[in-house]
Design a binder for this molecule. Structure first.
Ligand code: LLP
Length: 428
């Protein structure tokens, strides 16, 4: 019914997720409420495993923890066979708690700290995706002190325009991420001279929410050409990591490429180089396309006023879900109470910021105070970017599954809000 939301249904005027009535869930668990569909995550994950099942070498789906690192979700993905793309000590800690196979963990980021590198080396992860020569030297140093040899891959900046929002483009020449190929070659040669690092591969990530296949083809081609160039210098590449970035259908009337389209484009591009080099293992780091469409934000209408337009004021706000305020992101919204009449409304949160708006001039089933609205596709970069602005606690999150409905994150209380604040004695 809605593109990408296979487990949301509308039956006899009732909106259901994994078979559970949204209005009942709002009554039982309160609002605002994040709902994550276990079934949808399984569907999204399976699409990747199926699309790459015939890849000639090892295929690793290293789920990007930044999209949503809730422990129940990371445990579910680990059980489904996913690895982890982590970018902080915190995410590595969660990956280990989720029993992710260490050989499926990759560590990204352009500013890994000493403490984080120690954690990664001790955990014997599959690879650090190294972003600078100074980082390489630090990893070698730490590995030496710990009596280990750490696997390193290099993040390459391919200078590609992914045609997405500028704030989530990462592979252009001016980006802070990665090394251009000439510097990457120097870094690889240096790595080969160092004793406590082992060069294993290349990494690349051009951006997020990419809904056109051509930048991925260009990325894969550039990386394979680089692998050919390295072979001429007698350097073998075991792993090729192409990052994440496949977009999801936020707009419900616009078809976008499927995981199959994306997989075929990547696989065929790699195979074009088969007569020139050994095919590498393939690692991908999808985040949004695994959990994005599995998440909904359920919010209650508290007030309505008519000024320049009809304003619908809801109890979720930009602290709970930042994407519209930060990127002008468009998330589909419906009224969970299906009615005969439709109307055009603007939906706003209650924070003291003009950008705290979930949607302007949207056509919804007629809205009344007390109605429950459903904001779509917030499973990725929703709760993971939530914050306490305006001293608002982050909301509760539940998982809907065939086994029932479960709270997977408690809502934050007033006491939680000040739990890290300290008052010096003279102010007590
Ligand atoms: N790998 C690397 C190195 C990344 O930087 C990212 C995302 C991913 C993988 C996962 O990309 P995905 O498959 O989710 O597109 N907060 C923004 C998105 C920032 C993405 C940052 N990096 C948003 O809400 O749109």
């Amino acid at each position: 019914m809605f593109l990408g939301n296979d487990t949301l249904t509308v039956d006899n005027g009732r909106v259901k997720i994994d078979g559970y009535d949204v209005i009942d869930l709002a009554e039982k668990y309160g609002t605002p409420l994040y709902i994550i569909s276990e079934e949808q995550i399984k569907i999204n994950c399976e699409k990747y495993f199926n699309a790459f099942k015939n890849y000639k070498k090892e295929f690793i789906l290293a789920y990007a923890y930044k999209a949503n690192s809730n422990l129940a979700i990371t445990k579910l993905l680990s059980k489904l066979g996913a690895g982890a793309d982590v970018v902080s000590g915190g995410e590595l800690y969660i990956a280990k708690l989720s029993n992710v196979d260490r050989d499926k963990i990759v560590f990204n980021g352009n500013c890994k700290t000493l403490e984080e590198i120690i954690m990664g080396v001790e955990s014997e992860i599959r690879a650090f995706n190294v972003d600078s020569i100074s980082e390489l030297l630090m990893i070698n140093d730490i590995a030496k002190k710990l009596g280990k040899v750490a696997n390193v891959a290099f993040r390459v900046n391919p200078d590609i325009d992914p045609k997405t929002h500028p704030k989530i483009s990462t592979g252009l020449k001016k980006s802070k991420f990665g090394l251009p190929t000439d510097l990457a070659i120097k870094a690889i040669k240096l790595a080969n001279d160092l004793e406590n690092v082992n060069f294993v591969g290349l990494h690349c990530h051009i951006g997020s929410q990419i809904t056109d296949i051509s930048p991925f083809i260009e990325e894969t081609k550039k990386m394979m050409e680089f692998i050919v160039k390295l072979k001429e210098e007698n350097i073998e590449v075991r792993d090729l990591n192409l990052g994440g970035g496949l977009g999801i259908p936020y707009e419900k009337d616009k078809k976008i490429p499927t995981v199959d389209d994306y997989a075929n484009a990547i696989i065929n591009t790699i195979y074009e180089f088969e007569d020139k080099v050994e095919i590498p293992n393939l690692i991908l780091e999808p985040g949004r396309s695994i959990v994005g469409t599995a998440g909904y934000l359920i919010t209650k209408v508290h007030h309505i006023k008519e000024t320049s337009c009809k304003w619908v004021m809801v109890d979720a706000g930009m602290n709970d879900m930042l994407r519209p305020a930060m990127y002008d992101a468009c998330h589909h919204i419906i009224n969970a109470k299906v009615k005969d009449k439709k109307e055009v409304v603007s939906i706003a949160g209650g924070l003291c910021e003009s950008s705290d708006i979930f949607g302007r001039d949207r056509e919804l089933d007629e809205v009344e105070v007390g109605d429950i609205l459903v904001i779509f596709d917030v499973g990725a970069y929703g709760i993971s970017m939530a914050n306490n602005y305006n001293a608002r606690g982050r909301p509760r999150m539940i998982l809907t599954s065939k086994k029932g409905t479960f709270i997977i994150r408690e809502k934050e209380t007033y006491a939680d809000l000040i739990s890290k604040d300290l008052v010096p004695p003279h102010l007590l």
